[in-house]
Design a protein around this ligand. Structure first.
Ligand SMILES: Nc1ncnc2c1ncn2[C@@H]1O[C@H](COP(=O)(O)OP(=O)(O)OP(=O)(O)O)[C@@H](O)[C@H]1O
Length: 530
């Protein structure tokens, strides 16, 4: 996962990250060693506690000119004095040096990384070479033979766990992974890659957040890589440079994007809150409402956002939050009607079934989640450690805080229950052309006859029972001046029912964003934003 401010690079994969760092790296190889250090320190952040400079100095002192595997001014120039700019095809400049200097690595007992087939990277020492292969004594004591193409130089110990990946002498895949892993094993989940912040999901509570940390980054008492530092930089550049800023958060499902976005918002709310009667709190509540209606349990993430979002926070000239906007994209509508094994539909369905007060339950004729076809198809009704009833209470509080009236809340719950009842509507095939009619009564358990799903759905949607049955079992064709109703086949009817359910949920989701942000949509002219 990576976050960045404008003009910086972002990447969703390690490859992209390495590519971008590699490009910076090869550009830097055109410079002398002195310039390289200077370049690294051109940025104030990079100069702090510059272990890099010390390592460089040490390396140069210990190694004779011409022998060093590390790039030096001399090695960066060809014999004719021209700068070497292009590494051999497929290899970065530094990796090519290893191939050419294997003897040096053997003599100096330098550590290398080896790619184990179908396994992890292992470190070891090269013992001998023969043709395109090298024999390596691995850290576990075994000796194995590797193609030279699968051996990469490791960084000296002194660079272990550096804050910023660009401080590494060797920017190859195992070195970057090792550095991030080393930090992660010490509960340091954030690293920098130039202007990009790399975060590794800790999947546990780490003591890195809260007021003390917010104040620490705000007052510049802390400067280690952190999502608060990214938010702080964006805020300061917005205020001093009077330019809008962007923070892009990307990563695979479960990487921690949603949590990171919340941390950014908390930090910005702390910086820009205070004078608008809690506008920042309303904003944070709006995102928790979106989670209830747009997040679900998947096999990868118990709280996976099933939509993309663009959040804008607007600040006044004095740096106070004065408005906000959320745009959402591509809500996964199919999840409302179809679930993969072990996954859940949107949290709100389970929360409503578990937590609705009895008067609401009665009005919606609610049953348990296990009684609804849309929810019980995946054998997953609960999330370990999550209390749906408690979350429903929190949702009601959030709806009150953002100012959605009780009437509107009631209508939203009507629609959620209508979707559930729609899913329980079944069809009966009535002829050999597979045409259907809507089943009037369904049985739950073998003996218990319940009021019909179609009746409940129609009541909640606000239409007549016959109207709904007609809509789900026929479609109209214009024949000249006349409209003819044609019966649907089973597949068409199921499609019509599911489309209606998906449409209701998606429309409700959009409506909630609109309503929730009503108070926050006060974006005046001359504001700036992140
Ligand atoms: N900084 C963090 N500290 C502790 N736990 C975290 C942190 N970030 C993420 N997590 C844990 O990882 C889970 C998944 O994170 P999150 O929902 O933010 O992922 P995501 O990238 O938004 O996933 P998706 O794309 O599926 O929505 C969270 O529910 C939380 O348990």
């Amino acid at each position: 996962m990576s976050s960045t401010t404008p003009g910086s690079m972002t990447g969703t994969s390690l490859d992209e990250l390495l590519d971008s760092l590699g490009r910076r790296d090869s550009a830097r190889h055109c410079l002398t060693l002195l310039k390289l250090s200077t370049l690294n320190c051109a940025n104030k952040d990079d100069c702090k506690g510059s272990r890099w400079k010390r390592v460089r100095a040490k390396t140069v002192k210990q190694v004779k000119q011409g022998e060093s595997p590390y790039p030096t001014a001399a090695s960066a120039e060809s014999t004719s004095g021209e700068m070497l700019t292009n590494p051999p095809l497929g290899l970065s400049f530094r990796e090519s040096e290893l191939r050419e200097n294997m003897e040096y690595f053997i003599k100096q007992k330098l550590i290398v990384w080896c790619l184990i087939q179908n396994g992890p990277w292992e470190s070891g020492e090269i013992k001998s070479t023969s043709g395109d292969e090298a024999s390596v004594l691995l850290i576990n004591g075994t000796v194995a033979t590797f193609s030279k193409l699968n051996i990469f130089p490791a960084n000296p110990d002194i660079l272990q766990g550096v804050d910023d990946l660009i401080q590494l002498s060797y920017l190859n895949e195992p070195s970057v992974l090792h550095n991030i892993h080393y930090r992660f094993s010490h509960d340091i989940v954030y690293s920098k890659a130039g202007p990009v912040l790399v975060a590794v999901n800790p999947f546990k509570d780490i003591q890195l957040y809260g007021d003390d940390f917010v104040n620490g980054y705000r007052q510049k008492l802390l400067d280690s890589p952190h999502i608060y530092a990214v938010a702080d930089k964006a805020y300061n550049e917005m205020m001093t440079g009077e330019r809008n800023q962007s923070i892009v958060i990307s990563g695979e499902s479960g990487a921690g994007k949603t949590e990171t976005a919340k941390l950014v918002m908390q930090y910005l709310a702390a910086l820009g809150g205070g004078s608008n009667g809690g506008i920042e709190s309303e904003f944070l509540q709006t995102s928790s409402i979106l989670e209830a209606f747009g997040n679900a349990k998947t096999t990868r993430n118990n709280n996976s956002s099933r939509f993309g979002k663009l959040i804008e926070i607007h600040f006044s000239a004095t740096g106070k939050i004065c408005g906000a906007k959320i745009q959402t994209f591509l809500l996964e509508k199919s999840r409302v009607v179809q679930l993969a094994q072990g996954e859940r539909s949107y949290h709100i369905f389970y929360q409503l079934c578990a937590g609705a007060p009895s008067c609401l339950q009665g009005r919606l004729r609610l049953k348990s989640a296990c009684d609804y076809t849309y929810l019980n198809q995946s054998d997953c009704l609960e999330i370990h450690g999550v209390d749906d009833a408690q979350n429903f209470t929190s949702l009601m509080e959030a709806l009150n805080i953002v100012g959605i009236s009780k009437d509107d809340q009631g209508q939203a719950f009507d629609m959620i229950a209508a979707v559930l009842w729609l899913g329980n509507i079944s069809f009966l095939v009535i002829d050999n052309e597979n045409h259907i009619e809507v089943v009037a009564n369904e049985k739950i358990w073998s003996y218990f006859l319940i009021s019909t799903a179609v009746k409940n759905a129609a009541n909640l949607i606000g239409c007549g029972i016959l109207e709904l049955k007609h809509a789900l079992s026929t479609h109209s064709i214009q024949a000249g001046k006349d409209k003819v109703a044609k019966k649907l086949t089973l597949q068409q009817a199921v499609g019509a029912r599911d489309s209606l359910a998906k449409l209701i949920h998606a429309s409700l989701f959009d409506w909630l964003i609109f309503m929730g942000l009503n108070h926050l949509r006060k974006i005046a002219l001359n504001t700036r934003g992140i």
